[in-house]
Write a protein that binds this ligand. Structure first.
Ligand code: ADP
Ligand code: ADP
Length: 221
């Protein structure tokens, strides 16, 4: 089953065509990577897939529903319900503990549940860091808090923007192992990355150039 379909998507800023005539489907349970040089449209595509922006033309079908005509407010609701976002820059709230950062995402969705939030942190190996502030955590640990936060509401899609971009090699390995486990457990993952080692783990890599799909590489997985 297709979880996500981009049907002839274009995004135009003034006279810049950030995306042009993109057709792409993501199957349920698939792990897809998006690569491409700077300015090729990766962020624009991530924002559209993540319900943070709308295409100028074309349709976005998420879980069978055309969401391209939804209002910004309703898109925010869809994002909070259905998508787990992971950013390169972590975006943790500095004065809240790891546990509280996870619970904020619960709050926006339903009711905070400390036990469940703690279990999410345990799932990424951070059970003993729950009461730490982000400043007391390493970059790799902060990114694992972000993963726990993204997972807490059981999103149908995990969308990650350069999730290893700020990490050293050891931490990149830890984060990749978590993604591998999520994939094994049936999660659908879309990851925007510059890192070929990350893209290789995906089943397919979409390469963007000048706002178009230049090629799609099937990885041996
Ligand atoms: P990437 O993430 O691959 O670097 P982007 O999606 O950020 O690419 O950008 C694609 C193109 O769209 C670039 O030419 C960029 O300058 C342009 N662009 C992106 N966002 C905006 C915006 N808000 N206003 C005008 N142009 C934009
Ligand atoms: P606001 O619209 O008030 O800025 P946000 O929607 O950005 O609030 O959400 C508040 C907090 O929850 C932020 O820390 C944000 O990073 C996090 N968050 C929101 N949506 C998601 C999501 N889908 N996945 C992961 N974290 C999220």
């Amino acid at each position: 089953m297709n979880l996500l379909e981009l049907q002839d998507i274009s995004k135009i800023y003034g006279n810049v065509k950030a995306l042009q005539n993109i057709d792409l489907t993501v199957r349920q349970g698939e792990w897809l990577a998006i690569m491409g040089p700077s300015g090729s449209g990766k962020t624009t595509m991530m924002n559209i897939i993540g319900c943070m922006d709308k295409p100028s033309n074309g349709a976005v079908i998420l879980d069978g529903t055309n969401i391209s005509k939804e209002s910004a407010k309703s898109l925010t609701g869809i994002r909070r319900d259905k998508i787990g976002l992971i950013f390169q820059q972590f975006h943790l709230i500095s004065y809240l503990t790891a546990l509280e950062n996870v619970m904020v995402a619960q709050y926006y969705h339903s009711m905070p549940d400390e036990k469940e939030a703690l279990q999410a942190l345990e799932r990424v190996g951070l059970g003993d860091r729950a009461r730490h502030l982000p400043s007391q955590l390493s970059g790799g640990e902060q990114q694992r808090v972000c993963i726990a936060r993204a997972l807490i509401n059981y999103p149908m899609l995990i969308l990650a923007d350069e999730p290893t971009g700020n990490l050293d090699e050891a931490n990149e390995g830890i984060v990749l192992d978590i993604f591998k486990q999520l994939h094994k457990d049936g999660s659908t993952i879309v990851v925007v990355t510059h890192d070929p080692e990350v893209a290789e783990e995906a089943q397919r890599t979409v390469v963007l150039e000048h706002g178009r799909i230049a090629r799609i590489v099937e990885n041996e997985k």
